[in-house]
Design a protein around this ligand. Structure first.
Ligand code: GLA
Length: 382
């Protein structure tokens, strides 16, 4: 994974890969999409909660061109697939072609295309690689066809590709984050109303450091699905339209299984932490944001039960480094990445400590990146 590679170089690599796999062909369009790192607000998007996140400067590029043969072709990670039908077939082209199906379902006449994918974002590591892939491919196809779309519609296409076409039970966070994130700042998203607020990154000398533990999760897997089902069942039992309506008293007095109560306690606490975290960012209160990140991790570990010993070890190692304000797992959990909020002067020490705690996991700085609405104004209408 060439982590330091620029967006343009990743896009150029996707084009070269396509040319190598498919031979010379018609003119290409490409698009790059960032990943996302949640600061606070994990496992609440499907419960109508609030999320505070940044898009990051690791991402995925898609290069697309019209197929000369009428067959679809995809190439990614050394795997090339050629087929007639873009619908999922259980191979490496499923995710790459899902946007074709979603765009066609919306009535857009998408011809057979060839797609090359290149990435600097680790896959399945909690940094929204799936949404980044779907948004990059969708954006490149729209660019090739000269079609524009609102940011909301583009997010809806990517979400539909993931949930309707691929059957992955994800929430709405990742697509919105990688499209709507501001330049050099964070996005606060209310998943109940869809409302957003943007805030600048207040600390020039503070960075987010990531450590990919190398144990990767699958949002399509049974545990993510089970957390979502338990949370939704609990909300329905309490007649709550979202986790923002929950109270301790209502959860305490409900006749619900222990696991369901724990899920409800997590989503209630986590969405409240987001409001506090956004306030902390506006005030420039670094230690408050760091504390909330560490509290978020503890809640994900004890109440939502989505952490692993490797993630816990990396969080503890980061928290022990002087200059680290807080740390937590990011994304769905069950493996993946830990993010730590740390003074730039302590970033190197933090990376070393985190890598050592998980037998040499990859570490990287996660710098805020603008989302696709900023990066692709020719495709995404305001
Ligand atoms: C995955 C899902 C998101 C969200 C996060 C956890 O990234 O795709 O919808 O639920 O997990 O916050």
């Amino acid at each position: 994974m060439p982590i330091g590679e620029s967006k343009d170089l990743t896009a150029a690599r996707a084009m070269r890969m396509l040319e190598r796999a498919g031979g010379p062909g018609s003119v290409m369009a490409s698009a790059w999409t960032p990943g996302r790192c949640t600061l606070v607000g994990e496992h609440v998007d499907y419960a109508g909660g609030q999320v505070l996140c940044i898009a990051v400067d690791l991402g995925i590029a898609a290069a697309v061109r019209r197929s000369g043969s009428g067959r679809f072709l995809t190439t990614s990670d050394g795997t090339t697939v050629s087929r007639v039908d873009p619908a999922p077939a259980g191979d490496g082209a499923d995710r790459i072609l899902a946007p074709v199906v979603a765009l066609r379902n919306r009535g857009l006449a998408v011809p057979a295309v060839e797609v090359g994918i290149a990435a600097t974002l680790p896959a399945g590591a909690g940094l929204a690689s799936s949404a980044a892939l779907l948004v990059a491919t969708s954006t490149a196809i729209l660019r090739l066809l000269g079609v524009t779309m609102t940011a909301r519609d583009l997010a809806a296409v990517a979400l539909s590709a993931e949930s309707d076409v691929l059957g992955i039970p994800c929430g709405p966070l990742d697509q919105r984050a990688v499209i709507d994130a501001p330049e050099d700042g964070a996005l606060q998203l209310d998943c109940r109303t869809g409302r957003e607020s943007l805030m600048p990154w207040p600390w020039p000398d503070v960075v987010v450091v990531g450590c990919d533990t190398g144990t990767h999760h699958d949002v399509g897997g049974t545990e993510y699905r089970r957390r979502r089902e338990e949370t939704e069942a609990g909300l329905a039992a309490l007649n709550a339209a979202s986790c923002q309506e929950l109270t301790e008293a209502a959860i305490d007095s409900a006749a619900l299984e222990g696991a369901v109560k724990r899920r409800l306690r997590h989503v209630m606490g986590e969405t409240r932490r987001v409001a506090e975290a956004a306030d902390a960012m506006r005030r420039g209160d670094l230690s408050a944001l760091g504390r909330l990140m560490s509290e978020s991790h503890r809640s994900l570990r004890e109440l939502h039960e989505v952490s692993t010993p490797a993630l816990d070890a990396v969080v503890s190692a980061a928290e022990a480094v002087p200059g680290c304000a807080g740390a937590r797992l990011v994304g769905a959990g069950f493996g993946g990445t830990v993010a730590a909020l740390v003074a730039r002067s302590a970033a190197e020490a933090c990376r070393t400590a985190m890598a050592a705690a998980c037998d040499g996991g990859d570490t990287f700085e996660l710098r805020p990146s603008p989302g696709v609405a900023v990066l692709a104004p020719d495709v995404v209408r305001g």
